[in-house]
Design a protein around this ligand. Structure first.
Ligand SMILES: Cc1cc2nc3c(=O)[nH]c(=O)nc-3n(C[C@H](O)[C@H](O)[C@H](O)COP(=O)(O)O)c2cc1C
Length: 425
């Protein structure tokens, strides 16, 4: 049996039917009330039928004021998400559609922190007042008070409980990519001098307390995972060495899976892309040429981590996926972009009928060293993938011939229109 096809039993008792995971991709498909829609159901049904053993939703927000983007689903206020309420019934339909093929569907639970653009958040919230400087798109955040941190810990837990009640089969706490929990881990964005800043122990307190509260809310038999940066790849940020220390601390928590990623909006290494050169910390040279760009990091994390490791980031060929599993450094392979243009890729990989997923991001990458050009190209690429998610959600055929510039324009237009709709509702 191919290693990709082997089931994985988790500590909570649940079993993943195979080793392929659709990693989180923000969908932008909510209605103006931030409820899930029929469009979620359609795209998640396609992904469920596509064969991955585990699907992880895009960012689901705990705070409807500070979201990652317009069109996110938000579970806020949580007392409006009880059986019989429309928001809850929509989640139930979403969970049912996303598990039709007997796979797992986990909700990624998130707060955007300082990475919430001006057309979404009147006031971003963060550990400290350190503004994200990216084309003027982000306002200066306000530092959270302690009572707000405590409230947010409970919100993460409550949203996970709602996810379970609605039929999602697990929860993933998003603590990567510079969003709120991840920004608490970084000394650049967390300059607090209270119990929530300073030492690594203090900077990770919010995350650890969130995991404990969430485990208490969902019970011992429900899969609970985390997405964590291996490194922020930013000078002065959360480092790989700190990641290893944190993983050791996380061993004491009851976690079923850890997903390893890296980077933030400033250094978008999660997509294998470069950010601003002034404050960048490079990827290990051996990693740059590799297909799966966090593999070197997983190897060292494996030495420390007691829980299974899920790794996304550049996997495209069956050979590289099988080799990563065979090495024992990785337990589950994460795939994101390839599933936008080929939702049944997992099925094909498992059947051995395809050797490699198309890597459109390579075709579309710019050679320019100019930061603004690189940024527009990256947003265009994101827009290109979003357009495919929307097509899947609308049951339309896959259209590979869109230009990156057209995708960029469409993306920006949609974001502003959705933000406008959201504010008027
Ligand atoms: C369109 C798009 C949306 C994404 N949204 C999220 C998200 O909501 N949460 C998250 O943790 N990662 C998100 N990511 C990152 C992916 O989960 C994944 O880590 C990354 O794309 C690398 O995997 P890949 O090379 O297979 O695409 C997103 C990536 C893409 C391309």
């Amino acid at each position: 049996m191919s290693l990709l096809a082997q089931p994985l039993k988790l500590a909570c008792g649940a079993t993943l039917p195979n080793r392929i995971c659709k990693s989180a991709m923000t969908e932008g498909l909510s209605d103006a009330r931030l409820f899930a829609t029929e469009r979620h159901n359609r795209v998640y049904r396609a992904w469920s039928e596509g064969g991955a053993g585990l699907l992880i939703t895009g960012n689901v927000m705990i705070d409807n004021r500070v979201m990652e983007r317009p069109g996110n689903v938000a579970i806020d206020p949580v007392d409006k998400f009880r059986p019989g309420f429309e928001g809850f019934e929509r989640l139930k339909a979403y969970a049912a559609a996303g598990t039709v093929a007997g796979n797992h569907l986990w909700m990624q639970i998130s707060h955007a922190g300082r990475q919430s653009p001006w057309y979404v958040a009147k006031q971003p919230l963060a550990p400290s007042e350190v503004q994200l400087d990216l084309m003027g798109n982000y306002k200066k955040p306000r530092a959270l008070r302690e009572d707000e941190i405590l409230d947010f810990i409970q919100r993460f837990a409550n949203v996970a409980r709602v996810a379970r009640e609605a039929g999602f089969t697990g929860a993933q706490i998003h603590s990567a990519h510079g969003y709120l929990l991840s920004s608490f881990l970084s000394p650049v964005t967390n300059t607090r001098t209270d119990a929530w800043g300073g030492s690594l122990e203090n900077r990770s307190r919010f995350l650890i307390e969130t995991l404990r509260a969430t485990r208490k809310a969902v019970g011992a038999d429900f899969p609970l995972a985390i997405k964590l940066n291996s490194d922020d790849f930013r000078r002065g940020g959360f480092t790989f060495d700190e990641c290893l220390q944190l993983v050791e601390m996380l061993n004491a928590e009851t976690l079923d899976l850890i997903e390893i990623s890296g980077g933030t909006y400033e250094q978008p290494k999660l997509l294998g892309a470069d950010g601003r050169s002034e404050d960048a910390m490079p990827l290990k040279q051996s990693t740059v040429k590799r297909e799966a760009y966090f593999l070197e990091y997983a190897k060292a994390i494996r030495q420390v981590a007691k829980m299974p490791i899920l790794m996304p980031g550049g996997f495209r060929s069956r050979a590289a996926m099988e080799a990563a599993l065979a090495s024992g450094d990785v337990d589950v392979i994460g795939l994101a972009r390839p599933l936008c243009t080929m939702p049944d890729l997992p099925k094909k990989l498992l059947a051995g009928s395809i050797e490699e997923a198309p890597a459109h991001e390579r075709e579309h990458a710019t050679q320019s060293k100019n930061f603004i050009t690189k940024l527009i190209n990256l947003l265009g690429q994101m827009g290109w993938y979003y357009a495919h998610i929307e097509d899947l959600a609308d049951g339309k055929p896959i259209q590979l011939n869109r230009s990156i510039f057209a995708a960029f324009v469409r993306y920006m237009k949609n974001e502003y229109a959705n933000a406008w709709r959201m504010q008027r509702s």
